[in-house]
Design a protein around this ligand. Structure first.
Ligand SMILES: C[S@@+](CC[C@H](N)C(=O)[O-])C[C@H]1O[C@@H](n2cnc3c(N)ncnc32)[C@H](O)[C@@H]1O
Length: 395
């Protein structure tokens, strides 16, 4: 279930200021929603108006939601909520931003039924809401307060700063959770762009590590979950291996083919579409299986490793895992990726944690005894050597 966040607290305690501080971390295109503001003439408060946070309205008086009769008396104008307020919220949903702002919900909208329904529709949507809730008891405000998906944060002058960072972290966590849940399959074009701009230096380093550890320079190599092909291509450049790049994504393989041509390796590197769980490859036919960054996506790792072991020739080697090559490369990439995507670090850690398994147990379950696990701060690789006499148990 998604979360919505509302700040509440005494008058003038700084609720809207806190929202603005949190929004400093967001780019303009990430947010939508409304804000209500005071309208003064000759330093005298005349009323409150509603505006779209993405486009200031030139004539606030047209958008009054409450008018001041005298110091303590107000009349509300529900029609502004029902017309303009609803229009802003509809537009906000259509924009599909990361966060919708509702600053603030109070008592002027008591009679604005259409607006109230629209607010509830937005709260029900997939997009998290960050809003301010007046500390008043009204039927509408109580409905919001009592929703299970609403996190109510009460601020006071004493806890304002602390709450700002607590709330920022909560919102960031929610947005990252949402984004990782709703992320479609990896977009091949975007993947290749990031690979070229950020990850490119890791491939020659890892290719050299594979060559040094496995000592394999001839024969057939299968790169599983090869993506756009950089690792297999780099390994082909420093060995005489015949490399097949296998991936379940046709889009990735289309780009991989371009990369093969660009490197003039058409005679030694080719692509094939496939799924690690059901490799359409003969038993005992591959000398070296490599795979970087793909096993985090494999649904049944035991089956995948069994398939990998099956296709290896006797004495063949598999080098499966993920990593950045060196600690320094990892540090540089981490900084660059975090600049590009605030959820990068969190999502990476979550993905690794979520898909973490005991490889030792898995391999032993499969009857594989000749293996080495390389696990350091920059890499995690499982290196398997297939023994001529070894039998793999049926899963
Ligand atoms: C993070 S990318 C890594 C690509 C490449 N190895 C690299 O290091 O640049 C993961 C790749 O694994 C592929 N993949 C995920 N699950 C797979 C599966 N079951 N069988 C084959 N490929 C898979 C994805 O399509 C994607 O291209």
């Amino acid at each position: 279930m998604k979360n919505n966040f509302f700040i509440t607290g005494d008058l003038h305690v700084g609720k809207s200021t806190l929202i603005n501080r949190i929004l400093d971390d967001f780019s303009f295109s990430d947010i939508a929603g409304f804000r209500t503001s005071r309208y003064y003439r000759d330093k005298k408060l005349e009323g409150f108006y509603i505006e779209d946070i993405r486009s200031e309205y030139e004539n606030p008086k047209d958008k009054f939601i409450g008018r001041c009769i005298n110091k303590d008396n107000w009349i509300s104008i529900p029609s502004t909520f029902d017309d303009y307020g609803v229009e802003i919220l509809k537009r906000s949903l259509e924009m599909n931003p990361r966060l919708i702002i509702m600053d603030e919900l109070g008592f002027f909208e008591n009679e604005a039924d259409i607006f109230q329904k629209m607010v509830l529709r937005v709260l029900d949507s997939e997009i998290p809401v960050l809003g301010v809730l007046k500390q008043k008891q009204t039927t509408f405000l109580d409905i919001i307060r009592n929703r299970k998906d609403v996190n109510l944060i009460t601020i006071s002058p004493d806890n304002r700063d602390e709450m700002c960072s607590v709330l920022s972290k909560k919102i960031e966590k929610e947005l990252c959770r949402q984004e990782s849940e709703h992320k479609p399959n990896i977009d091949a074009v975007a993947f290749e762009k990031t690979t070229r701009e950020v990850f490119a230096p890791v491939y020659p380093v890892i290719a050299k590590q594979i060559k040094d550890v496995t000592q394999m320079t001839n024969g057939l190599c299968l790169d599983i979950g090869a993506g756009t092909g950089h690792l297999g291509i780099e390994l082909a450049k420093i060995t005489n291996l015949q490399v097949t790049l296998l991936d379940q994504s046709e889009d990735m393989l289309l780009i991989a083919e371009q990369n093969i041509r660009y490197n003039g390796l058409e005679d030694r590197v080719n692509v094939t579409s496939g799924d690690v769980h059901h490799l359409l490859i003969d038993d005992g036919s591959v000398d070296l299986v490599i795979s970087r960054g793909s096993l985090f996506f494999w649904e049944d790792k035991k089956r995948a490793f069994k398939e990998i072991y099956r296709v290896l020739v006797p004495e063949g080697t598999a080098y499966i895992g993920g990593g950045f090559g060196t600690e320094e490369l990892k540090r540089r990439i981490d900084i660059e990726m975090q600049k590009r995507d605030k959820c990068w670090r969190r999502n990476m850690t979550q993905k690794v944690e979520k898909t973490k398994i005991n490889y030792q147990e898995l391999l032993e379950d499969l009857g594989i005894s000749d293996y080495q696990i390389i696990n350091n701060t920059a890499n995690m690789w499982v290196v398997i050597k297939k023994d001529v006499n070894e039998q793999v148990v049926t899963a």
